[in-house]
Design a protein around this ligand. Structure first.
Ligand SMILES: [Zn+2]
Length: 206
């Protein structure tokens, strides 16, 4: 793509860094911005910049938050005895969108994958034991990828917590979840959470 303006070329280059945005789409976005009022463009770039610099990670569940503790963790209406363990904040958004889950979350930030150099230290696993113990959590719902790495993570966590009286369940399989959770339709996902299985049954199912 040959540009007659270096400024436009630079902007196109920045947009095309985003996932799923090729050069042509990036150019379309940039040309749209060019048609917009200057103040509107400032609002747009301002929102992106404020988001990047202002978003924090909840110190309880590691979800994204505008404050030290996220809106889900501080909500007195949530069931504090249930914690759903997920890989990413996208999974939290997907499960929240079902409006069928009223417990809390724990965002791991990924799953164990020794081949990719991801061990327990790279994930938010170390805070889970204390969280379960100090908050009388009775059920941990594992909503991780149905892969070897996902299973390994479930068993690792189960071993870490085996001194605590907590039931560990996994959401029903048959739908793509974990990293794919956001693509499952809300009804399927809600059903999958409702039909969760204790981890023992999960072992015999395999
Ligand atoms: Zn939180």
């Amino acid at each position: 793509m040959i540009f007659s303006s270096k400024l436009i070329e630079d902007a196109v280059k920045e947009f095309s860094r985003l996932p799923g945005i090729g050069k042509k789409t990036a150019l379309r976005m940039v040309l749209q911005l060019l048609r917009m009022d200057g103040n509107e463009v400032d609002e747009f770039t301002g929102a992106v910049s404020r988001m990047r610099h202002g978003v924090k990670f909840c110190r309880e569940c590691h979800n994204v938050s505008d404050s030290e503790v996220c809106g889900i963790c501080v909500n007195p209406g949530r069931n504090r005895s249930q914690v759903c363990v997920v890989e990413t904040i996208r999974d939290v958004i997907a499960i929240e969108s079902t409006q069928q889950y009223s417990g809390l979350y724990h965002v791991l930030g990924g799953i164990l994958s020794p081949l990719d150099g991801i061990g327990p230290e790279q994930l938010n696993i170390h805070t889970l034991h204390g969280r379960v113990k100090n908050n009388d959590v009775t059920e941990l719902i594992m909503a991780l990828s149905p892969t070897i790495e996902g299973d390994t993570t479930v068993y690792y966590i189960a071993r870490q917590l085996n001194d605590l009286p907590v039931t560990i369940t996994t959401i029903a399989r048959g739908i793509a979840f974990g990293g794919e959770l956001e693509y499952a339709d809300e009804m399927t996902l809600a059903r999958s959470i409702a039909k969760r299985q204790p981890i023992e049954n999960y072992v015999t199912m395999k």
